[in-house]
Design a binder for this molecule. Structure first.
Ligand code: C2E
Ligand code: CA
Ligand code: CA
Length: 728
């Protein structure tokens, strides 16, 4: 119904209406012309006929009954010589105007001449009506028809009662007929009756004309209806392709178009339109390709990723398909760009993109969001184990060394994983949670992490700690405690390690194990490290002033600090500010630093620091994946053996052998060796026997405020075996 409505209000309706109007007007003109002509002809014809009929009737009547009646003919122009009256010569109308056989025969004769009916009327002076007293009419059975009168209201009455002839249509036997009624007057000229004749043939003409009029109207209406129907049918049929093309264009805009543009091979306006639409479609897909492709890697871009994620999320929520989202980030990529230049960075990104494509295969939708962030959507129903395997493969592939002109680059990446169906309710949440999992992965270092709801709380805490830490660094609320290192053979002080301490006014003391990773992730480690270096140097200057021989103070430096282009000059400035010698300070670097970045870069930074006379210590030795080659090539003075090699060494003979081997190696390479984390007398004893330059552990002393250190050192120096351990 609606469709029909829109069809008729549309082009179809308008064109059809116009055609129907034109056809109607054309028919109206031709039919009117024809009808008017016919009307004129029939009118003229019938007036001639009736004229003759009236003359013939009057003539015959007055001729046959010339003793009784005389004819009166009109003389004026418009009367045209037609009979105006039949006048009685003598006797009264009552006697003359009554039925007699003679009249019957005469009327029959008039009727047959005129091919019509003839009637005689007599005026009844009382009723003032003209009563019929003779007629040519008969009932079908031959008997006389019922009586009839011309009374007031009859079309001829007014003329007759006023003694005038009447020419016009009158009701005869149930229909209208053209008739001529001639008044019959008495001898004095007063109206007394009438002779009425009609002409059948003329009547039929008029009747045919009237019928024709009806037929013309009916035919015209039918033709207009036909034209309208045909117009609606044929126009709407012609417009059908147009409607389909419009529908296709709409689908194209709504991105729901399937198949190809219809009517493309037609050689008319429709075909031209279809080809135009095809061009729009091609252009659209080309634009979409450009708009959705990352120009560097050829992967999808962020826009495409968001729309893919949207679809994947929908499918996951409706249970149609299970999707997994991986968010991969290359660690410290910015520094690679800074050091090796944009072109090498781009080459690496392309290589990473290719590796991801190869590892994830064509089952995945891979996008690059920005710089070094990649996303991988997997919708093939992989199990959690399969996803874990894939992420391992991805990380392995990225770990493989890249050859560049100036050597090798080792990349590290982290991956956050979200199971869309399980971990998110919408696209935003999915993306956010992948980010949280990625963040966790980065903090844990070189890992793939599945999202879990605890990450939310962790993140909140993290954000809070980040804010608090920023304030603490700005307000210099960070303190430094010192942990002494002793030569186990003499119990004399060998050096001190400065360790950051943070006591929050409300939350109390916060462990470096908690805030150092936060500082590293948020980049605050640079300011924090600079502050700690400054505090350590400040204390060193005070101790020198106080003539306390502290040997050197070791300061921990995060890999991120080493990557600051001005690191060596920060160290230099700090030394200068506190008027210290380089050898009074030792910089501790953890092994992890070498995995991150190429050796060359580190080597030049370390060389610059070393030039200042500053000692260099390799911290947590043995805990990571350090290559022994570094020990040869990089300018370290000291090795700090990780606590894990010392704890419970008195009960674990295997551990003793391992530690023995490490110590031998270190000594062989000429390093100064500090063993970390000896807690008991037994552990200290074993390490002492193996031989090392210093031990740093709770057995001697926990980290303590600077004020307490000289006392602790004195006590241990005097005790002979360090038994007075565990201060603070
Ligand atoms: P680290 O550089 O290996 O520092 C030694 C850590 O071992 C200290 O923990 C110290 O208290 C602990 N320790 C020493 N002897 C023993 C022992 O006998 N038994 C046990 N169980 N532990 C012992 P602390 O102060 O909690 O520091 C933890 C880590 O935080 C440090 O490990 C270091 O990596 C980092 N850190 C601390 N201060 C700074 C800083 O100023 N800058 C940077 N970048 N990192 C810092
Ligand atoms: Ca350390
Ligand atoms: Ca350590």
């Amino acid at each position: 119904m609606r469709e029909l409505f829109s069809l008729l209000t549309g082009i179809t309706g308008r064109i059809t209406t116009r055609f129907a109007l034109i056809v109607s007007v054309a028919m109206l003109i031709t039919a009117t012309l024809g009808y008017v002509k016919l009307f004129q002809v029939t009118a003229a014809d019938s007036s001639i006929r009736i004229d003759r009929a009236s003359r013939a009737a009057t003539a015959l009547f007055t001729e046959k009954l010339n003793a009784e009646f005389a004819a009166v003919y009109g003389e004026s122009q418009d009367q045209g010589g037609r009979p105006q009256a039949i006048r009685l010569k003598g006797p009264t109308a009552e006697t003359s105007l009554t039925f007699r056989d003679e009249y019957d025969a005469l009327l029959k004769q008039i009727g047959s001449i005129n091919q019509g009916a003839a009637n005689l009327f007599r005026l009844n002076p009382e009723t003032k009506a003209f009563d019929r007293f003779a007629t040519t009419f008969r009932k079908p059975d031959g008997s006389m028809p019922p009586p009839m009168s011309i009374s007031n209201g009859h079309p001829a009455y007014d003329n007759l009662i006023n003694n005038r002839p009447h020419l016009g249509e009158v009701p005869v036997m149930g229909r209208m007929r053209l008739a001529y009624l001639t008044p019959i007057q008495d001898a004095a000229g007063s109206i007394a009756g009438a002779l009425a004749v009609d002409v059948g043939w003329a009547d039929d003409l008029v009747r045919a004309r009237n019928e024709l009029r009806v037929q013309i109207i009916v035919a015209a209406v039918l033709i207009v209806i036909l034209v309208a129907l045909f117009g609606v049918f044929s126009v709407s049929r012609e417009l059908k392709p147009l409607r389909e093309l419009a529908g296709y264009a709409e689908d194209l805009a709504a991105e729901t178009a399937t198949g190809t543009v219809p009517y493309i091979s037609r050689h008319d306006e429709i075909g031209a339109l279809a080809q135009g639409l095809k061009r729009v479609e091609v252009l659209k897909s080309r634009l979409a390709h450009l708009a959705y492709t990352d120009p560097l890697t050829g992967l999808s871009n962020r826009g495409r990723y968001l729309s893919d994620l949207d679809k994947a999320m929908n499918e996951s929520l409706t249970g149609k398909r299970k999707w997994t989202l991986l968010h991969l980030d290359i660690d410290n990529f910015r520094q690679i760009n800074d050091v090796y230049g944009q072109a090498t960075g781009d080459r690496l990104l392309k290589a990473v993109a290719a590796m991801i494509s190869e590892a994830a295969g064509n089952r995945a939708q891979i996008a690059r969001l920005n710089a070094d962030h990649f996303t991988i959507l997997i919708g093939d129903g992989s199990s959690i184990d399969q996803i874990a395997t894939l992420t391992e493969e991805l990380l392995d592939a990225i770990h493989r060394p890249f050859q560049i002109n100036s050597g090798e680059i080792h990349l590290k990446a982290s991956i956050g994983i979200v199971l869309l169906q399980h971990d998110a309710n919408d696209t935003d949440e999915a993306h956010r949670n992948a980010g949280l999992a990625l963040r966790k992965a980065k903090m844990d270092g070189d890992k793939a992490v599945f999202f879990s709801s605890e990450l939310h709380d962790e993140f909140q805490n993290h954000i809070r700690m980040e804010r608090m830490l920023r304030e603490a660094i700005a307000e210099r609320e960070i303190e430094v405690h010192f942990q002494p290192q002793f030569d186990p053979s003499t119990n004399q002080l060998a050096g001190l390690e400065a360790l950051a301490r943070w006591t929050h006014p409300a939350d109390g003391p916060i462990s470096p194990a908690d805030f150092i990773p936060v500082a590293e992730v948020s980049g605050q480690i640079v300011d924090l490290g600079t502050l700690v270096l400054d505090l350590a140097c400040e204390q060193a200057a005070k101790w020198r002033e106080a003539k306390f021989d502290f040997k050197h103070i070791s300061v921990n430096v995060s890999p991120i600090q080493l990557w600051q282009p001005n690191f060596a000059s920060v160290v230099q400035d700090t030394l200068k500010r506190h008027d210290l010698f380089g050898r009074e300070i030792c910089i501790e670097i953890t092994e992890g630093v070498f995995l991150d970045q190429s050796e060359k870069r580190i080597a030049s930074v370390l060389a610059a620091v070393r030039k200042l006379g500053v000692l260099l210590s390799l911290d947590d030795f043995g805990s990571g994946y350090s290559s022994l080659g570094y020990l040869n090539r990089l300018p370290f003075d000291q090795l700090k053996i990780d606590r894990s090699f010392v704890s419970d060494i008195d009960t674990d003979t295997r551990k003793q052998k391992v530690l023995g081997g490490i110590l031998e190696l270190g000594r062989g390479l000429g390093f100064n060796i500090v063993v970390e984390g000896a807690e008991t007398r037994e552990e200290v004893e074993i390490v002492r026997q193996m031989g090392c330059d210093a031990i740093q552990g709770f057995y001697y002393s926990r980290p303590a405020p600077a004020l307490l250190i000289p006392g602790v050192v004195k006590k241990i120096g005097e005790s002979g075996d360090g038994a007075a351990a565990a201060s603070a």
